[in-house]
Every structure is written in C-alpha cells, then in structure tokens.
Design a protein around this ligand. Structure first.
Ligand SMILES: Nc1ncnc2c1ncn2[C@@H]1O[C@H](COP(=O)(O)OP(=O)(O)OP(=O)(O)O)[C@@H](O)[C@H]1O
Ligand SMILES: [Mg+2]
Length: 234
C-alpha cells in the first residue's frame, strides 16, 4: 500500500528542503517514492501555476505586485483547486494503489491556511471546494514545519539577497525548488502570515499531523521525519 505524506508550513519553513531530503532517503533505502509539489505536477497544473505567479507577486517587486493584484480570492482558490484536481486524477490516484511513498510539497492544508485563514474565505466554502477537487483524498501524514513567520521570512529574505549577489546563472538555478511560487505570498503583510500560521496550528491538532520545530537543524528535522516514516511503512 502507498503512504501519502504532505509537507506544510509557511514560506521558508523548509518544506522543499525536507521533502527532497525525504525523497532521497526513501530511494536510498530501496523504497519507491514520488516527489510532487503544488500547484503543479501536470501540464495543466504547471500552466495554472504560471497564471497564479503572473497575477500576483511573481516578480517580487512591490510595485508590479499591486499593479497585478487583480485576481479575487475566490478565483485564486479555484485555480489552486483546478491544479489539484489534475494532480489527483493524473498522478496521485493512480499511485495510491502502488507500493510507493507519495510526497507532496504543500497540499490541501495550504489552501485552508492561505485562502481560508489568510484571505478570510469562509472555511466551509474552502473545505467544500477541497472535497470536490480531491474526492476526499487526504494525506496519511501531514508534517508541519513550524516556525514563527517573522523568523521564516528573515530566512527567505537573506536567501533572496544572497541570490541577487550571485552572478553565476547555474548557482541561481533551483536553490529553492519553488522560489517563484513562494513569492506569490511572500509580499503579503506580516498579519497575513500570522493568520496562516494560526490556521496551521489549529489544523495540526489532528492526529494525522506531526509538528516539528522548524528552527532545529536540517539534519535533526530530517531524522525526526525519517523516524516517523519508518513507523508508517513498517
Ligand atoms: N532547518 C533549517 N535551518 C536553517 N535554514 C534552513 C532550514 N531548512 C531550510 N533552511 C533554509 O531556509 C531557506 C528556505 O527553505 P525551503 O526553500 O526549503 O523552504 P520552503 O518551506 O520550501 O519555502 P517556500 O514556502 O517559500 O517554498 C533555504 O535557504 C533553506 O536552505
Ligand atoms: Mg518550497
């Protein structure tokens, strides 16, 4: 049977770092795994990702962000959900029947945290749309990389200024797997990020969640995650 693991947390909490490390560990230990990210992972999903980035905050410049902030929150919710519907039908569902560990860098909890708690869309509406787009498919385990938004945004900003000072284009590639994706929300107010974090804290009370202090070292976090995964696949 498959195991479906989602990574959640705010910008710069370490989701892409840890999902990649987990994927590599699973493969090295001789198991099968699939590393996915949202929005994306299908041709339609990647197109939707492009629209979401172009609409709000893609360039990382505040001026262009406000000029392009025309998308209403419900449209945003539906776009994320349409990308997810494709990912569920084309990739996740077919792999649920296989002996594989599916890892997704963000999943439904991001929608509840960002569009529900962050953008203040009614939580029942958000959950209804999630249910329609996923047919009720949920992760077996959701890992919350928990870090205060102030601290995480510092991490992201110091990384971005580091990037700006690097001239070698190879080094500029993929230091953060979804650097453009994250910039969509990076420019939101600190209060927005605090609401998102509050949303995650509420959801993490569920027994299918594992909360990890994301200020621990990358190795420490990876080892905690690997311990949990071993319990699930044993
Ligand atoms: N435990 C950690 N301690 C210190 N720095 C870390 C840790 N984990 C990740 N980082 C660094 O923080 C930055 C953000 O990490 P990463 O891209 O994995 O976060 P993310 O959650 O995927 O962010 P986003 O939501 O913006 O995609 C990277 O520079 C990464 O190397
Ligand atoms: Mg990331």
């Amino acid at each position: 049977m498959s195991v479906f693991v989602a990574f959640e947390g705010g910008e710069g909490s370490g989701k892409s770092t840890q999902s990649k490390l987990l994927y590599e560990r699973i493969i090295a230990e001789g198991f099968s795994s699939l590393l996915l990210h949202e929005p994306g992972g299908t041709s339609v999903g990647e197109e939707v990702r492009r629209i979401l980035l172009a609409e709000r905050g893609a360039t990382g410049k505040k001026s262009s962000r406000s000029k392009n902030s025309t998308m209403n929150s419900l449209t945003e919710l539906l776009l994320f959900s349409s990308a997810r519907s494709e990912l569920i039908e084309k990739v996740i569902k077919p792999n649920l029947e296989k002996d594989t560990i599916i890892i997704c860098d963000r999943f439904i909890a991001s929608t509840i945290a960002y569009q529900g708690y962050g953008r203040n869309i009614n939580l029942d509406t958000v959950e209804n749309i999630i249910n329609v787009s996923t047919h009720g498919i949920k992760p077996d385990l959701t890992i919350l990389l928990s870090v205060d938004p102030d601290k995480a945004l510092d991490r992201v900003n110091s990384q971005l200024s580091l990037l700006d000072s690097v001239s070698n284009p190879v080094e500029k590639e993929n230091p953060r797997l979804d650097v453009e994706g994250s910039r969509r929300f990076e420019l939101e107010s600190i209060n927005f990020h605090k609401r998102v974090f509050q949303g995650y804290k509420e959801m993490s009370k569920d027994s299918s969640w594992l909360t990890i202090d994301a200020t621990k070292s990358i190795d420490e976090i990876h080892n905690l995650i690997w311990d949990k995964i071993q319990m699930l696949i044993r």
